[in-house]
Design a protein around this ligand. Sequence first.
Ligand SMILES: *Cc1c(COP(=O)(O)O)cnc(C)c1O
Length: 365
Amino acid sequence: MTSLDDLPIRDDLRGQQPYGAPQPRVRVELNVNENPHPVPADVVEDIIARIRVELATINRYPDREFVALRTALAKYLGHGVTPDMVWAANGSNEIIQQTLQAFGGPGRTALGFPPTYSMHSIMAAGSGTRWITAERDADFAITPETAVAAIRAQQPDIVFFCTPNNPTGTPVSLETIAAAYDAFDGIVFVDEAYAEFSPTGSPTALTLLPSRPRLIVSRTMSKAFAFAGARVGYLAADPAVVDALRLVRLPYHMSALTQAAALGALAHADEMLAMVDDIKVQRDRLVVELARLGYTPYPSDANFVLFGNVANPHDVFERLLAKGIIIRDNGIPNHLRVTAGTEAETTEFLEELATLNGTLNGTLN
Ligand SMILES: *Cc1c(COP(=O)(O)O)cnc(C)c1O
């Protein structure tokens, strides 16, 4: 049988691992930070109606510039963002990919601060961009001084921030982002995939966009909007950045069906986001209850909680899975990550973990 190693693949891809979150269908899925609530039935009906209209002309290519969608996204974002500052793609993963294709590539480097979202480094590898890393401060924070020192030392072409950070839930301050921007001439990419779960009134890097043409702020409909399966991510940046991405995108990369579905969801934004408050309650409950069980949860501004003091993460993961509950082992020693589910799912996870604790010596204490 042929293996990957037998094929004439690029030397820089040899030995790389693909994105690998396991995807078993189990009863309680708390592993990839999805929204546990389905799209409301009336929104489903509106989306179906919109897709039906599109199907009547599906023999034609879609609007390559998806102007209606960019207009709706700009309106949703607010903060003075205009449609010419917005770009969308099939998930923010494709936004990351297009950014690296346009601003990274062979001979260039991208800097990140692990532990962070694995797709930043995986997409760097895929685009031939060398991935370099820098240390965080205590409790996974990144101070302006730390960011600036790393940028001055490593002279990257792109810097990735993730705020709130996946998998730690830690926010990155606007001071850090602004200081990083001023420390070099490259692209600052701020991944705000979980922005809607942050405390109301939290700062967003969208407010830094005026007069910062090398800043990119990315968002997604996968998490708060409960739209992971639709694949819609987007960014806000200077219109010149959008021009750069036009050089590398596939023509017609946003299908007519995706555009219609996203427009339908955005037309009901309030209803789509109605469950966010409920998810935040479950997240905060996880932090309290995990501490009560003897673990060390980190405060989180996202829809998941990272917790430490796990004696054997692999064991805990497997035993929960055997009970039909999947969470995430990000490979951080003695840590696991769990997504905030529905109230019932969160209860089930916590009760099962408490039971395990009794039999397994689950914590390091
Ligand atoms: C989940 C996630 C995304 C979303 O990716 P999509 O391709 O939009 O589904 C982006 N960034 C981070 C940090 C994430 O955790």
